[in-house]
Design a protein around this ligand. Structure first.
Ligand code: GLN
Length: 538
């Protein structure tokens, strides 16, 4: 079997959370910066068909692609690093694999055969891995296998990797195994044994790692690298140190210094060049040398976990660098906000972002926060649920519709200013049925949004079931809250603004998903700029 596309598999050993996604994205960046068309795919071994139904506490943020796939948050890293959109094909779960095999079985496509993990499940995995390669759009596909080798759930994936490596032949596929080299303080030593065991576990499944990327808190001495090479059957040049970084955006340069791209390209029999990281390094320079500092409050209900609002936090990093300002994001738990403590919690902030979300918990705190920022001229960005809450706040406190609410929270309200979208009313299945992915938005010229986007027609990504109820639109606009963006076909309100406030913008869509290092999102850039202005006035 010959292949034009080259495949790189990234597996993990010893523990989870080693940052396979960042290593995969960093390598992809280095390859892309040498002219190779590169994409990354994540295979997740859990049974959920997609992470759309998973609580952010379980799996962090659900990332949404242009084509409306609800995916693993690692896809966000891929897009932020590569500035190339991902799609449904970039994230596959065990649930999806089984679902398609079982659907084919029900159609009778297996012609009386017993359907088994090998070959049917493994064939489906191999097919999914090669969809991106066969598209002709990529020279290199990096496939990250979620989980840790040795997990029961990972076995079919590792078997598929073994088969593909064999099918594709030398120089066409390789395996990078990411492991941990722990430091034992009591012994004062770095330990290689867990890595040796992990490489052996992989070998028990017939897969020899070609490259080891070793996560460590301390520099790996060369004798330790030699030892690892000898015990793990990996060439010394292919033992790559990945030491803790102060920012994930340093990792591509760190991998470059370690020569990861060179070893990879050599193994794949491809030419290597000096990667052009000019734009990337310009961003890093700005990110690391801010001229001022601001603090923005992120008001949400999952604030304990870094991963729940991943794309928002990263978008602030991009927008901060663009403005040469350090953006400190202060998490504010919406459940504990009330009229008595709001001033104490928010008055020092330079800007406030009210986060997306679902369900009733914490929404009254969000509304209280929006009232405070509206009345005190603090720059405000409301995303999805945050935008909906801004409409409710305005209706309750300015228009005096005391029970104004979303029917998501109060189905019986007499003022359903936020209501379920018409085509959502008949939906009973929760998985993959929201209004998802990229939709058009038309922007009014007289608006902050138009100044921000410099265009009247944009496309942004969505993930919601409720919308601004158009029956209230005229009334709300007359009272001073303007709908400045809407979907050209359905007229669904996409953007609201309050012109009597210096910077008050709510968006039904999720701008954070489209912010990348190369293209910081203009709305975040403008919001940070407005917050900087506010901080100087204070
Ligand atoms: N729960 C709201 C809706 O479904 C908002 C969703 C969100 O913030 N992503 O419309």
């Amino acid at each position: 079997m010959t292949s034009e596309t080259k495949y790189i598999f990234v597996t993990g050993g010893v523990t989870s959370s080693l940052g396979k996604g960042i290593i995969a994205a960093s390598l992809a960046k280095l390859l892309q910066a040498q002219g190779y068309r590169t994409t990354i795919q994540k295979l997740d071994p859990y049974i959920n068909v997609d992470p759309g139904t998973l609580n952010p506490y379980e799996h962090g943020e659900c990332y949404v692609t242009d084509d409306g796939a609800e995916t693993d948050l690692d896809l966000g890293h891929y897009e932020r690093f590569l500035n190339v959109p991902t799609s449904q094909a970039n994230n596959v779960t065990t649930g999806r694999i089984y679902q398609s095999v079982i659907n084919r079985e029900r159609k009778g496509e297996f012609l009386g055969k017993t359907v088994q993990v090998i070959p049917h499940i493994t064939d489906e995995i191999k097919h999914r891995i090669q969809i991106l390669g066969n598209s002709g759009d990529y020279d290199i596909v990096i496939t990250e296998i979620g989980g840790t080798v040795g997990d029961i759930e990972s076995l079919p994936y590792i078997e598929a990797v073994r088969q593909l490596k064999w099918d594709l032949g030398d120089n066409n596929a390789l395996v990078i195994h990411l492991t941990l080299i722990p430091y034992l303080t009591a012994a004062g030593e770095l330990k290689t044994k867990p890595t040796q065991h992990s490489v052996k576990t992989l070998m028990e499944s017939g897969v020899q790692a070609d490259i080891l990327v070793c996560r460590t808190e301390h520099e790996l001495p060369s004798d330790l690298k030699r030892k690892l090479a000898l015990f793990c059957n990996v060439r010394e040049e292919a033992i790559i140190q990945s030491i803790d970084a102060s920012t994930i955006y340093d990792v591509p340069n760190m991998m470059l210094d370690e020569g990861l791209d060179k070893v990879v390209l050599k193994k794949l029999a491809l030419n290597s060049d000096v990667p052009d990281l000019t734009r990337w390094n310009e961003f890093l320079k700005r990110h690391k040398n801010p001229k001022s500092e601001i603090t923005i409050g992120l008001i949400g209900k999952y604030v304990e976990l870094q991963d729940s609002y991943k794309s928002i936090l990263e978008a602030f990093i991009h927008a901060g660098a663009e403005n040469e300002v350090k953006v400190n994001v202060e998490s504010v738990h919406s459940e504990y906000l009330n009229a008595d403590n709001i001033k104490m919690k928010l008055s020092h902030l330079d800007g406030v972002l009210v986060a997306p979300g679902f369900g009733e918990r914490g929404i009254e705190g969000k509304i209280t926060a929006i009232k405070y920022v509206r009345e005190n001229n603090i720059p405000f960005l409301g995303i999805c649920l945050g935008m909906q809450m801004a409409v409710i706040e305005f209706c309750r406190n300015v228009m005096e519709l005391a029970d104004a609410n979303s029917t998501e929270m109060d189905p019986k309200t007499t003022n359903p200013v936020i209501d379920i979208m018409e085509d959502q009313k008949t939906i009973t299945d929760m998985g993959g049925t929201m209004r998802l992915g990229a939709w058009d938005c038309h922007i009014e010229k007289e608006s902050i949004a138009y100044k921000v986007y410099q265009s009247q027609d944009i496309k942004e990504r969505h993930r919601h079931r409720y919308e601004f109820n158009s029956n209230f639109k005229d009334q709300v606009e007359a009272a001073g809250l303007k709908a400045t963006g809407y979907n050209p076909e359905t007229k669904l309100v996409e953007i609201i603004e309050n012109p009597s406030h210096p910077w008050f913008v709510g968006v039904q869509y999720h701008p954070e998903y489209k912010s990348t290092v190369a293209n910081p999102h203009p709305l975040f850039v403008a919001f940070v700029k407005a917050s900087l202005k506010h901080s100087k006035k204070k």
